[in-house]
Design a protein around this ligand. Structure first.
Ligand SMILES: NC(=O)C1=CN([C@@H]2O[C@H](COP(=O)(O)OP(=O)(O)OC[C@H]3O[C@@H](n4cnc5c(N)ncnc54)[C@H](OP(=O)(O)O)[C@@H]3O)[C@@H](O)[C@H]2O)C=CC1
Ligand SMILES: O=C1CO[C@H](CO)[C@@H](O)[C@@H]1O
Length: 438
């Protein structure tokens, strides 16, 4: 329910306290009867014609909806028990695109367009938020949303540091929120199937896993200062958010923030958020992280306490060309490799008879979004919940730090720090710019 609706009803003397959104239709009908106005409630509003009545829909607001966010948004719009009602973005052009899309979809003008996250999070008629900003904002926005009582679907990578990963999981749990990381390969059939093969013992004892990661460098040169647009056009200070301040350049806000250290969590997180996460799942080590990290080239070999190796491997290291974000699991009786092409390579070939899914390409997050909405209703944790996402991000961050320092490092996954390495431990966190705090 919007502020204006609330005020209008309150002024009729109908309410002294804020009603629940689910009670809105009933109250509105009574209000109409009092003032003698006809109230025509369409069949869709009452849940007929296979529609979910508005009072039962999960209301969603979007925060930072750019190209990726619009892919996620399309999934939310296609779910009839969700209603997208507001968009918040530091860039006016993006707010306008989203409002046009959403209003066009619902055939109304209701999608509210906002600049500051506080305005979105203060709306108590919003149940859940979709966060699809660039990396620098993911943890901060998730924490603010959790504190405001919202459930959260947040794009990957979920954090910029190990400290942020821990704070994220801690806050989501403390506030009892539902959280789904945008690591949709967890709900895409070919990846699930590969993990299943490991879990059902079809590959024998798992000993080595491979996760495709990108180069962790993030050393792109900073761009020259350009004239700052008006705050309504691009709120640069807000766009930077918790990241260190620097002069504006329009390339950053058009997606060119990637590979700039302060704004990007780096190539191990870029794909590792998906691929390392799948390995953590396959190894049934979702509640921990590898204990030893050995950098080589732009790759890292990590070892778990159970002895299983995780190779975080860059391109040109022998991948079979099965599409982006491939993973490979090797046991003492067989192996499987799969990627975004949906295709599998397996050994022995007889394991193909186990293939329960068609070899279909795609990275569509629709199952992932559906699972999130179901979890919002049931309050059962999502598959990419805050705990598993936090741990897989810790693994990728620890690997990034080992690569950056260029030394083999031992990590304590209970204390969440490197053992006996002061310099490595300085990379556990980054400074957060005022007024933002985690
Ligand atoms: N779950 C998933 O599978 C995915 C998750 N994400 C995550 O979503 C978040 C938001 O991503 P996204 O909406 O893409 O980000 P942005 O809103 O910053 O927009 C990206 C835009 O920037 C352009 N761009 C990309 N790289 C550069 C560059 N180096 N220089 C200049 N322009 C560039 C892209 O153009 P062009 O398309 O032409 O390259 C695209 O139009 C990110 O944190 C990302 O990690 C993103 C994609 C998939
Ligand atoms: O998350 C991601 C994985 O998929 C894409 C590649 O196919 C990446 O660009 C993206 O950032």
């Amino acid at each position: 329910m919007t502020e204006s609706t609330h005020t209008a009803l309150a002024s009729e003397g109908e309410m002294t306290t804020t009603p629940s959104r689910r009670g809105f239709l009933k109250t509105a009908a009574r209000a109409a009867a009092v003032i003698g106005a006809p109230l025509i409630v369409p069949a869709s509003a009452l849940g007929r014609n296979g529609q979910t009545p508005p009072s039962e829909r999960i209301t969603v607001g979007g925060l930072g909806i750019g190209p990726r966010g619009r892919t996620d948004l399309a999934c939310f719009l296609s779910e009839r028990d969700a209603q997208f009602i507001a968009v918040c973005d530091a860039q006016k052009s993006r707010r306008e695109i989203v409002k046009r899309t959403v209003d066009g979809h619902y055939q109304n003008t209701d999608c509210e367009s906002l600049r500051h996250p506080d305005e979105l999070l203060h709306r108590d008629d919003i149940d859940a938020v979709l966060i699809a900003t660039g990396d620098r904002w993911h943890t901060m926005a998730s924490i603010l949303a959790a504190r405001a009582g919202k459930d959260i679907y947040c794009e990957k990578p979920c954090s910029m540091t190990i400290e942020e990963s821990l704070a994220l999981a801690d806050t989501i749990q403390r506030y009892g929120r539902i959280y789904q990381a945008g690591t949709q390969r967890r709900t895409i059939p070919n990846f699930k199937f590969a993990v299943d093969l490991v879990h059902t013992g079809k590959l024998g004892r798992l000993h080595t896993m491979h996760a495709h990661t990108l180069s962790p460098a993030a050393t792109r040169e900073w761009l020259p200062e350009a004239p700052l647009p008006g705050k309504e056009e691009v709120d640069w200070d807000l766009w930077l958010g918790p990241a260190p301040w620097r002069p504006y350049n329009p390339t950053y806000v058009a997606g060119g923030w990637r590979d700039h250290y302060d704004l990007h969590s780096g190539g191990f997180l870029e794909w590792g958020a998906h691929t390392v996460d799948l390995c953590q799942w396959a190894n049934q080590s979702e509640d921990t992280a590898p204990v030893y990290y050995e950098p080589w080239g732009t790759s890292v070999t990590a070892t778990y306490a159970n002895g299983v190796k995780l190779q975080m491997r860059d391109r040109d290291t022998g991948w079979l060309g099965l599409g982006t974000c491939p993973v490979r699991f090797e046991g003492d009786e067989g192996w499987i490799e799969t990627g975004d092409s949906g295709k599998f390579a397996v050994y022995p070939e007889s394991l193909r008879s186990e293939l329960a899914v068609p070899e279909m390409a795609g990275t569509d997050p629709r199952h992932h979004v559906r699972q999130f909405l179901d979890s919002v209703r049931t309050r059962q944790a999502c598959s990419a919940n805050e705990k598993v996402a936090s741990q897989s991000h810790i693994a990728s961050h620890a690997a990034t730090i080992a690569w950056r320092i260029g030394e083999d490092l031992r990590f304590d996954p209970v204390k969440n720090e490197f053992s006996g390495h002061e310099i490595a431990n300085r990379y556990l966190s980054r400074a957060v710019r005022e007024p933002w705090r985690i």
